[in-house]
Design a protein around this ligand. Structure first.
Ligand code: PEP
Length: 315
């Protein structure tokens, strides 16, 4: 029921005013040129959900699902406690990410998990700077400098990072979307070398779209992605801007993924699955739960179509 409500809301995309489209269109040439060399990256974010039993079930579903297109990487962000289980039982062509890593190395830091420990366990990826962590859910939130420092440390330890940025509803309405994104990226641009950017995927996730059923229209998302890419060109280098993957996150689903992924500067997605409308603890085997996560694999099917449309090369 709640899922149905969520899906109905998806059609009600926000009619926010957008920044000048001409800025975005000026870069379409370079985006098109490079689109073929940027594989899609589809991330799943399970947040703090799941039980051993429910994860076992999801793994069985993923393992039985069809092939992932060769120009696509699929990475599931799981709670720390379920990571070893996924590494041991999940098909190897789906990678596993942590949803956080510490600001420090190993030591007397009770409750933290270090990037070096994630690497040691066999992980390739970590999600950092998610808006929920920036906000803090009742605890102190993470500011942009802290997220950048965590990202640098994770990269130093050999991990790749899905680096989340995005504006709140009031910031979008005030026309400051790019100011917010720039503020979130600036400390990272200061401390990463050009080469280190190869280990970063920027996940643009407008906060108002996360878990709300509201999603940016493909045009709105494309415009912001193009502006983010332009910011990277101006503040890092054109080479990095052409190569860096920019995922869209915010109520992406099987219904809207195709149009979003068709945009030139949208190189994948980060998909949570409206955590307010489903719960592992109450319906860990229910149809809502299953259909949400099957969407990840459905995206791969969409991407096969998109690969032809956008003439992405098979990596
Ligand atoms: C997220 O949490 O990163 C996210 C995009 O969630 P959702 O897909 O539920 O909006």
């Amino acid at each position: 029921m709640k899922l149905l409500l969520g899906l109905t809301m998806i059609g009600q995309t926000l009619a926010f005013t957008t920044r000048s489209a001409s800025v975005a269109s000026k870069r379409i040439g370079s985006s098109l040129r490079m689109a073929s060399s940027r594989p899609y990256l589809i991330g799943g974010n399970w947040k703090a959900n799941g039980t051993v039993a429910s994860v076992e079930k999801l793994v069985a579903e993923f393992n039985a699902a069809g092939p992932i297109p060769p120009n696509t990487d699929v990475v599931i962000g799981a709670p720390f406690i379920h990571i070893p289980m996924l590494l041991n039982t999940l098909r190897p062509d789906i990678k596993v990410a942590a949803q956080n890593s510490a600001l420090t190395g190993t030591g007397a830091h009770t409750g933290e998990v270090c990037a070096s420990q994630l690497k040691d366990l066999g992980l390739e990826w970590v999600i950092l700077g998610h808006s929920e962590r920036r906000e803090g859910f009742g605890m102190a939130g993470e500011d942009s400098k802290l997220v950048a420092d965590k990202t640098k440390l994770a990269i130093d330890e050999g991990l790749k990072v899905m680096f989340c940025i995005g504006e709140k509803k009031e910031e979008r309405e005030a026309g400051t979307t790019m100011d917010v994104c720039a503020e979130q990226m600036a400390p990272l641009a200061e401390i990463l070398s050009e080469d280190e950017w190869a280990n970063v995927s920027i996940a643009y996730e407008p906060v108002w779209a996360i878990g709300t059923g509201l999603t940016a229209t493909p045009e709105m998302a494309q415009e912001t992605h193009a502006n983010i890419r332009q910011w990277v060109a101006a503040n890092v280098s054109q080479k990095v801007a052409d190569a860096v993957q920019i995922q869209y996150g915010g109520s992406m689903n099987g219904g809207n993924a195709k149009a979003l992924l068709a945009e030139n500067d949208i190189d994948g997605g980060l998909i949570g699955g409206d955590h307010s409308s489903w719960s592992f603890s109450t319906s860990s085997t229910g149809p809502e739960h299953r259909s949400r996560h099957k969407k990840l694999l459905q995206f791969c099917t969409y991407m096969t179509i998109q690969r032809e449309t956008r003439q992405r090369s098979v990596m």
